[in-house]
Ligand binder design. Structure first.
Ligand SMILES: Nc1ncnc2c1ncn2[C@@H]1O[C@H](COP(=O)(O)OP(=O)(O)OP(=O)(O)O)[C@@H](O)[C@H]1O
Length: 249
């Protein structure tokens, strides 16, 4: 049976409804409600330790809210078929370092149910995207930090997810490749992918369609970068953040 909440959530790619998360007695997410619209890049902006990773883990179904709920296209999460439509890239790379890049990709591609020509084609496509084709035969142990990030991103994209959740995807990646990756995120978005990305870098936050500002486990503001600056009369997002967070009188 559908509840009123469920039907309201159908408009949103993701709806987070009054989510709190406690670790022991300590609450690190406080009553968070937000909506991510289909085909937008939604950024979660906040300093280290503010709760961004915890929130996206709850959204991705990797962690459970203590109270509250998450819906994806109106379906209450976690839901097995919806989980298969999510691509998740964690902050620390979950890679097999004693395998090559190609072997890592092949392993995850098989896990996602890809096989034959399609598997080969997708592996080439995602590695071209992150500029790692030449490194495919090399052991991941010999990759730099940035290369591992790019391989992790390639893996998250393999099964063409509807919802891509990226935890600080461009840490350790040089500015020119960072631009390429952001351009690709916008292309994916234009093709219908919804993207949630965490960042504490202001110039990346500027590239998101909408932002949720997170501080000390509270969602302190949501809006487009332009709206957030206009509402606070701040020239930069950083100043807007400080204004919302109570850092400026
Ligand atoms: N498994 C856990 N057990 C206890 N506390 C935790 C756990 N995971 C996260 N926390 C705490 O929750 C708070 C939010 O952490 P979280 O990793 O979500 O922040 P973040 O904004 O993603 O930070 P960063 O940008 O450094 O990753 C922190 O105070 C952290 O210590």
């Amino acid at each position: 049976m559908q509840t009123v909440e469920d039907s309201a959530s159908e408009q949103a790619a993701v709806r987070v409804n009054r989510v709190s998360r406690k670790f022991g007695k300590r609450e690190v997410l406080h009553d968070i409600t937000l909506e991510v619209r289909p085909s937008e890049v939604f950024g979660l902006l906040g300093p280290s330790g503010s709760g961004k990773t915890t929130l996206i883990k709850v959204i991705a179904g990797l962690d459970k809210a203590t109270t509250g709920e998450v819906f994806m296209h109106g379906v209450r999460m976690p839901n097995l078929s919806m989980l298969g439509r999510i691509g998740y890239m964690a902050q620390s790379d979950a890679l097999y370092t004693d395998l090559t890049g190609r072997e890592n990709l092949g392993f995850f591609a098989s896990m996602f149910g890809l096989s034959g020509q399609e598997k080969k084609r997708r592996m080439e496509e995602v590695m071209t995207l992150v500029n790692l084709v030449d490194a495919m035969p090399r052991l991941v142990a010999a990759y730099s930090g940035g290369m591992k990030r790019r391989l992790s991103l390639a893996i998250a994209l393999l099964h063409q997810p509807d919802l891509l959740i990226l935890d600080e995807p461009t840490v350790g990646i040089d500015p020119s490749l960072r631009r390429t990756i952001w351009a690709e995120l916008h292309t994916l978005c234009a093709q219908g992918t919804t993207i949630i990305v965490t960042t504490h870098v202001m110039d990346e936050a500027e590239q998101c369609h909408r932002l949720g500002m997170v501080r000390d486990g509270y969602l302190i503001a949501t809006g487009t970068p332009a709206e957030l600056k206009a509402q606070t009369k701040a020239p930069t997002l950083e100043e807007a953040f400080l204004t919302y967070g109570g850092g400026r009188q």
